[in-house]
Design a protein around this ligand. Structure first.
Ligand code: SF4
Length: 446
């Protein structure tokens, strides 16, 4: 539907509750697939019915797994992140072949994977799920699928046979597994039937994009509610091209067969294939790694691309103990912009001087930006320190502020009240060691 056709179905009151100044502006965004009709609380049932297709995201959503480790993929609305934002980051699942593993080895490996938890810049990196290879021994496949599901990990079944896959799907049904038929050729109708009967997502594949569209339409017509597309590009250039064409075609609503998230397999030693997938729109990547340095670079790359440009990366305000500080340790102040926090915390820890680091809420802005925006005034810092209980942590009644905001020291001292002193720290966190040695040592002995 065009923007004008959609506009005729809206209330035309220009109430602005959708975040747009007029109904027409909102209608234009709906027509471009960049907004959801739900944002208009006054849309009639008639409009909702008529606009259902027009207001749906151009790429359908798929949910993997259940519970607190479930991940959502798809629902993307833009080609470039800066146009608005990417909605979901790609799920990175780890391929596991249980063929040669004993039950104990399998359980140990899954426990290790489930326990991975690395925090970086406010995001927790975890193994998003397990892509299980169907082994020749059906009982091994069933045991492995049950073991993955028992640990609450999203499950992807890399099928070799319909019957074997059906047994694994049944064993792992608590996690609503994603069914991936063998990589070559058109998707067998038997896999479509299995996905329909088990009500699970299905990956469809074909040698070229025309074929991929055809099998996707066929599977959707047969009743598969959640689909993923797997291109069969032979090399990285072709993969880049196919992934870009699928995304562009989906966003432009060229064909309903393209309106699905993309699945990608990555073999051992094919890190660059994973990189292309993460950077160019793959929504679910099954990675067969060698257990080496695959994951941290990929998680970091993903984090850098899939953050929301509309929201600064920020961490929760709070008081962080660096080392084992006591009431005589320095009390440093910084903002809750992630990058600022991690730089200051890392440099402060590196000095070996235990200290309290009070992270005040500056709406995710860095020190100078926050100050320029009026978010890091003396009054706000004093209020933040009180709310965080930071002032109760020290007996010396001294607060150290970043060197870039020396201008707020007087106002902050007034706001903190009698008996409190504010001293100006270094502008760069890398100079904290010299500051503790040359300045803090004098202050703390005074
Ligand atoms: Fe129009 Fe609905 Fe937006 Fe109000 S909320 S301006 S009625 S589209």
């Amino acid at each position: 539907m065009t923007g004008l056709q959609i506009f005729k179905l809206l209330p035309n009151t220009n109430c602005k509750e959708c975040g747009y100044p007029t109904c027409l502006a909102f209608a234009m965004k709906l027509a471009a697939g960049k907004e959801a009709l739900q944002k208009c609380p006054h849309a009639s049932e008639e409009a909702k019915a008529a606009l259902g297709a027009a207001s749906a995201p151009p790429i359908r959503g798929v949910k993997l797994g259940v519970g607190d480790r479930a991940i959502a993929i798809g629902e993307e609305t833009v080609f470039f992140r800066h146009e608005k934002t990417f909605v979901h980051h790609p799920g990175l699942v780890r391929r596991l072949d249980p063929t040669t593993l004993s039950d104990a080895q399998l359980g140990e490996r899954l426990d290790d994977w489930a326990a991975v938890r690395i925090e970086r810049a406010g995001e927790v990196f975890r193994v998003d799920g397990v892509a299980l290879v169907e082994p020749a021994d059906r009982s091994r496949g069933v045991a492995a699928a049950a073991a993955v599901a028992a640990r609450g990990l999203p499950l992807v079944v890399l099928a070799a046979s319909v019957d074997g896959a059906a047994a694994m799907v049944e064993a792992g049904k608590a996690q609503r597994p994603v069914l991936v038929p063998p990589a070559s050729g058109r998707t067998d109708g038997a896999y479509v039937k299995l996905a329909v009967s088990a009500k699970i997502p299905l990956v469809v594949t074909a040698p070229d994009l025309d074929g991929l569209v055809a099998v996707a339409v066929e599977a959707a017509g047969a009743g598969v509610a959640e689909l993923l597309l797997e291109p069969q590009a032979a090399d990285l250039a072709a993969l880049h091209r196919d992934l870009s064409q699928i995304r562009r075609g989906a966003l432009d609503r060229v064909h309903p067969g393209l309106a699905h998230p993309v699945f990608l397999r990555v073999g051992p030693g094919e890190l660059e294939r994973a990189v292309v997938g993460v950077t160019k729109f793959a929504s679910l990547v099954a990675i067969a790694d060698d257990g080496g340095d695959t994951w941290l670079p990929l998680w970091t790359l993903r984090q850098n691309i899939y953050t929301d440009p509309q929201k600064p990366l920020q961490i929760e305000p709070g008081v962080h103990a660096l080392g084992e500080p006591d009431d005589r340790s320095p009390l440093l102040v910084t903002t809750n912009f992630s990058l600022t926090y991690f730089i200051v915390a890392t440099e402060a820890e590196g000095t070996g001087v235990p200290c309290h680091l009070a992270v005040v809420n500056a709406e995710g802005l860095s020190v100078l930006t926050a100050w320029a925006a009026g978010k890091l005034s003396g009054d706000r810092v004093a209020q933040g320190l009180r709310e965080l209980g930071a002032l109760d942590k020290v007996s010396h009644r001294t607060v150290i502020i970043p060197g870039y905001v020396a201008a707020i020291s007087g106002e902050l001292e007034d706001a903190l009240g009698a008996g409190w002193h504010v001293i100006t720290g270094p502008q760069e966190a890398s100079d904290l060691g010299a500051f503790f040695r040359d300045v803090w040592s004098q202050v703390s002995q005074a």
